[in-house]
Design a protein around this ligand. Structure first.
Ligand SMILES: Cc1ncc(COP(=O)(O)O)c(C=O)c1O
Length: 441
């Protein structure tokens, strides 16, 4: 019997024993094709020799030094690397150990920015329904997964939620994408007016929604309108690119494809590619400057922030990505994956939508394509698909609650950036078989 409190107490998990490239092998020798990179984490693949060598070299010099005493060369180099390739105006980085920590830091830095400027009255955070920003209390509070929030509601800070940009279900038949984008912008503007723009700290959104909706990009023009509304009210725009960032959508930052620069960007998963727990908060210079000219210290820290081993791993991952031109491969194989998914599922009776960007693609499962009626949540289709896929040696990331937190199912695909066309073919075929088996039960 395991002594670990696993995610599901009644489930027996295979033991992952080794990983190479896009394959994870369990202790019984069964191989799994990692078509979701865990939860969109792996990017240069498993056991990359250059990353392992960089980590080993770092360990031999220094495993740890507390950030109240020292900086380290490797953390400085990683910050330089991130700033050199960041959206315009981003000049500083705050290191953490994962996505939730990056969001917590973003919320507190945003609030402190206004406190430093004497705008203490700003207290509201606006986010979107059907979003996921992490599991710690602040991140859970701004997240839009009602069922995850409900048991902890008495402990959560107040957060306001508006509609997600979810074209498949949100856009009315009589609306153009532009009308829909405008309606969402109006809703955001109304929420801002209801709260009083001068009382709002920030708007938080995933640039491409990951776990809760299954790779849903915003409609064209949406984020430009959001940026404009934030600017008019002096509100900070925090983009959560923990899942969709660091190359996953084909550009280093997903927001590059929206033509905007946020005030704060949270990144994590693909930053370290699974080699070590690491996340980062990238900030505009004016935020850094406000702290530097004010109290001189961000009132927030963790024992393991800027951990040298994690920084060495992330630096090596980013260097491999650049040296090997992996962003180009994300774009090329992402386009091919989208094509293969559309070929395999375009007329599938139980697939309503195929969407995504780069190697971040999702399919939404429906009981009826015309009405978009979801499967009965009691059927737990997402769990069946995951089981059937694993039985076929395929790791995908299905989730339920797509429509409203309870009903709806989707499958998220996020293979490592090193996949080739043959691997993409295998993903589409094995997933097709798994879905056919799961819906036939
Ligand atoms: C968009 C987004 N934000 C935040 C998080 C939280 O990251 P972590 O699980 O590393 O705390 C996740 C994790 O899936 C995520 O997808």
């Amino acid at each position: 019997m395991s002594h670990i409190l696993h995610r599901q107490t009644s489930h027996s998990y295979p033991l992952a024993a080794s990983g190479r490239g896009v394959i994870i092998r369990d202790s019984r020798g069964k191989e799994y094709f990692d078509a979701s990179s865990g939860a969109a984490v792996s990017c240069v693949g498993h056991s990359h020799p250059d990353v392992l060598a960089a980590m080993r070299a770092q360990l031999e010099e220094l495993a740890y030094a507390h950030t109240s005493f020292f900086s380290t060369q490797v953390a400085e180099q990683l910050a330089d690397e991130l700033v050199a390739h960041a959206p315009i105006g981003i000049g500083h980085v705050f290191f953490v150990s994962g996505g939730s920590e990056a969001i917590e830091a973003a919320l507190k830095l945003a609030r402190q920015y206004f406190v430093e400027r004497g705008e203490d009255g700003r207290r509201y955070v606006i986010a979107r329904r059907q979003s996921y920003h992490g599991i710690t209390l602040g991140a859970l509070a701004v997240g839009g997964r009602e069922r995850a929030r409900a048991p902890f509601a008495p402990l959560l800070i107040e957060a306001q939620h508006v509609s997600p940009a979810y074209e498949y279900r949100g856009r009315r038949a009589d609306e153009t994408p532009q009308d829909y984008s405008e309606r969402l912008a109006q809703e955001f503007e109304s929420k801002m007016q209801e709260l009083g723009g001068g009382n709002v700290i920030a708007f938080v959104a995933e640039t491409v929604v990951g776990a809760t909706l299954g790779a849903v990009p915003a409609v064209a023009g949406y984020f430009k309108r959001v940026r404009d509304i934030c600017d008019r009210h002096g509100v900070l725009l925090i983009l959560d690119e923990v899942m969709c960032g660091m190359g996953r959508t084909g550009t280093l930052h997903a927001c590059e494809q929206e033509g905007i620069s946020p005030d704060l960007i949270a990144v994590a998963k693909g930053l370290g590619g699974g080699y070590a727990p690491i996340g980062a908060l990238l900030m505009q210079d004016r935020i850094f400057d406000a702290i530097a000219a004010g109290s001189g210290a961000f009132q927030h820290s963790h024992t393991y922030m800027g951990h040298p081993l994690a920084c060495a791993a992330a630096l090596a991952v980013q260097q491999v990505m650049r040296r090997d031109g992996l962003l180009g491969n994300v774009r090329a194989q992402g386009a091919y994956l989208s094509r293969r998914l559309n070929e395999r599922f375009g007329n599938h009776p139980f697939v309503g939508d195929v969407r995504g960007r780069g190697l971040f693609q999702g399919i939404e499962l429906v009981a009826d394509r015309d009405s978009k009626q979801p499967f009965d949540p009691k059927f737990k289709l997402h769990a069946r698909v995951k089981r059937e896929a694993m039985a076929r040696g395929l790791l995908v990331y299905p989730m339920g609650g797509t429509v409203d937190g309870t009903a709806g199912d989707h499958v998220l695909l996020a293979p490592p950036f090193i996949v080739d066309a043959a691997a993409v073919d295998a993903i589409a075929e094995r997933l097709g078989d798994a879905i056919d088996a799961a819906t036939a039960e």
